[in-house]
Design a protein around this ligand. Structure first.
Ligand code: AGP
Length: 578
């Protein structure tokens, strides 16, 4: 989490940095700050709140500077905890976690340093100041040698008015070369104007000056710095006339699915399967975990070996049965989720093969994995995963079809069904408004509908803050049915013919306790208070259809409550801390 950016060149830095921060805001929006070198002087403006809270920083003069947008880990969302942190001649913007910050802070305090924030990051600025003997790179090298944890850093020093030093260790950082200067940022959209980019590997230090970039190892050995063309268009951050990115990105799902199916890499799938394996784990977090649950059902049927989906954060809390015959497929739209990366590293440590399914080809995960599959969703800006979820499901359908020696023909037809579902938005809007009056909204489903229920619930909770949960419908009677009363609403997903009667029973049970029931179903005999009907499709593909009305429900519930679905409280798009 957190987004960092640096610029040095011929333009006024503050404007470049501010624009970049607005494109990185999805990574955290608890506070923002910009520091600019104006000759030997360092000017810094930082405040709690979104990037727009520091709009006045755009007026700072100077052509070299750094910026930060924060997702709070250590210390609340307050002005004092906003980055950049300044100590003596140094200013630092940090993304990641300094795990040994308490010990470092104690050491520095003994040396007479006093701290003005509650953050782990401020220790980096103090360490730099304490290590500095007039040689900037030497001070950075000594500082990073003392840090434990994950860190991407952008560093200014008033003795070097046109230089920025950038560091990468386990948190993403990408360099960009533009006609007027050099940038570094946590993600490519902030480098939209750059013709060329260079994705930094771990344990790298980059010295940026208007003349270009120099690359070093942590032991300060000079390394080649290779740039490649930046293929991402600057316009990807455009809302395209929609009120929110989330709504625009739901609209883009038809195309995302078709692109993902068309670009399914059969060669890579063949090479992966040729390795042979006796068990498969799919790991991911949040929405990626939910797509992994559907993926596991499909791949187990296709591969005929045990396939399990696991939460990446839990995978690392036990000693999974991993060996050279295991395959771990890590699912992550960003490819930067710390828990998923940790699960991937664990897999490699025990000799398992690691494959990745991600939407970001330049990500840490895609570089860690032995095999990388890409979804064709395009950049997703809204914090809620929508089109990337659809694209992950499309990948699993394409993989399943490949394993069966078929083509996933329905994926080509999905766009038409998707349009049909979107045309029912008029029905969903008032229903979403009704749900906002409930004290709890619970999602239930059985079999292939269970992951859809979990995902529908997550989406509603994260953007509308309505309390609730997703349950396996058969589990309700083992405890959670106690929650049901006249103030609760239940969204029942019922798409599987052989489970229909059982779902009808679960629905009757919750209605008998007074719950208002919405059924998401292609069937016309489900006993619900309201039905959101799904168009007919091959049964296996219903999870792809189901998520469309569920996402719209969540979106409209958020809008109805006056919330910004693109920036839900306490969340960030890319969760780069464990
Ligand atoms: C989805 O709406 C969430 N914001 C979140 O659960 C997300 O899916 C999760 O953090 C995993 O992200 P990743 O796919 O980038 O790894």
């Amino acid at each position: 989490m957190c987004g960092i950016i640096a610029y040095t060149g011929r333009r006024q830095a503050a404007k470049v940095l501010y624009d970049g921060l607005t494109r990185l805001e999805y990574r955290g929006y608890d506070s923002a700050g910009i520091a600019v070198l104006n000759g030997w002087r360092l000017d810094c403006i930082k405040r709690a709140g979104r990037v727009c809270a520091i709009a006045d920083a755009r007026a700072l003069a100077g052509t070299c500077g750094i910026g930060h947008t924060r997702w709070a880990t250590h210390g609340g969302a307050e002005d004092k905890n906003a980055h950049p942190h300044v100590c003596g001649k140094f200013a630092v913007a940090h993304n990641g976690i300094i795990e040994n910050y308490a010990a470092l802070k104690a050491e520095l305090s003994d040396m007479g340093h006093s701290f003005s924030s509650d953050t782990d990051s401020e220790t980096v600025a103090h360490l730099l100041a304490a290590s500095y003997r007039g040689d900037l790179l030497d001070a950075v090298g000594r500082t990073v040698g003392k840090l434990r944890g994950s860190f991407a850093l952008c560093i200014l020093c008033t003795d070097f008015p046109d230089a920025v030093v950038c560091v990468r260790q386990k948190s993403p950082l990408i360099l960009g070369r533009a006609a007027d200067g050099v940038l570094a940022a946590s993600d490519v959209p902030a480098l939209g104007g750059c013709g060329e980019i260079c994705v930094l590997a771990d344990s790298r230090i980059a010295l940026l000056t208007p003349a270009g970039a120099e690359l070093y190892s942590f032991s300060l050995a000079r390394l080649p710095c290779v740039f490649a063309p930046n293929t991402l268009r600057a316009s990807v951050c455009d809302k395209g006339g929609y009120a929110h990115f989330m709504r625009k990105e739901i609209e883009e799902e038809g195309a995302a699915v078709v692109r993902t199916a068309a670009s399914f890499d059969e060669g890579a799938a063949r090479r992966l399967c040729a390795d042979g394996f006796s068990r498969v784990f799919l790991v991911g977090c949040g929405t990626a975990y939910h797509s992994a649950l559907t993926g596991a059902r499909l791949l187990e049927e296709g591969l005929r070996v045990p396939v399990r989906a696991e939460l990446a954060s839990e995978f690392c809390c036990r000693r999974p049965l991993l060996d050279r015959c295991s395959l771990v497929l890590a699912v992550s739209q960003s490819g930067e989720t710390a828990d998923t990366l940790a699960a991937g590293r664990l897999a490699k440590k025990y000799g398992a093969r690691l494959a990745a399914l991600t939407n970001a080809g330049h990500s840490s995960l895609s570089r860690l994995a032995d095999h990388c599959f890409l979804t064709g969703a395009g950049v997703e800006v809204g914090v809620a995963a929508t089109k990337t979820y659809a694209a992950q499901l499309a990948f699993f359908y394409a993989f399943y079809a490949f394993l069966r020696g078929q083509k996933a023909a329905y994926l080509q037809k999905f766009a038409a069904a998707h349009r049909k579902l979107l045309s029912r938005e008029g029905e969903i809007r008032p229903l979403a408004a009704k749900l906002t009056g409930a004290q709890g909204v619970y999602f239930i489903g059985r079999g292939a509908d269970h992951p859809s229920a979990l995902e529908g619930s997550l989406k509603l909770r994260e953007v509308s803050y309505l309390p609730g949960a997703g349950y396996a419908a058969g589990e309700l009677k083992h405890g959670s049915i106690a929650l049901m009363d006249g103030n609760t609403a239940v969204v029942a997903v019922a798409t599987q013919k052989e489970l229909k009667e059982k779902m009808k029973t679960s629905i009757s049970e919750v209605r008998a306790r007074g719950a208002f029931v919405v059924a998401v179903t292609p069937f016309d005999d489900i006993p619900a208070d309201q039905v959101l009907s799904l168009p007919a499709c091959p049964q296996r593909y219903y999870p792809l259809l189901t998520q469309v009305p569920l996402q719209l429900l969540a979106y409209h519930a958020a809008v109805c409550r006056g919330l910004d679905p693109d920036r839900p409280r306490h969340l960030a798009k890319s969760v780069t801390v464990e």
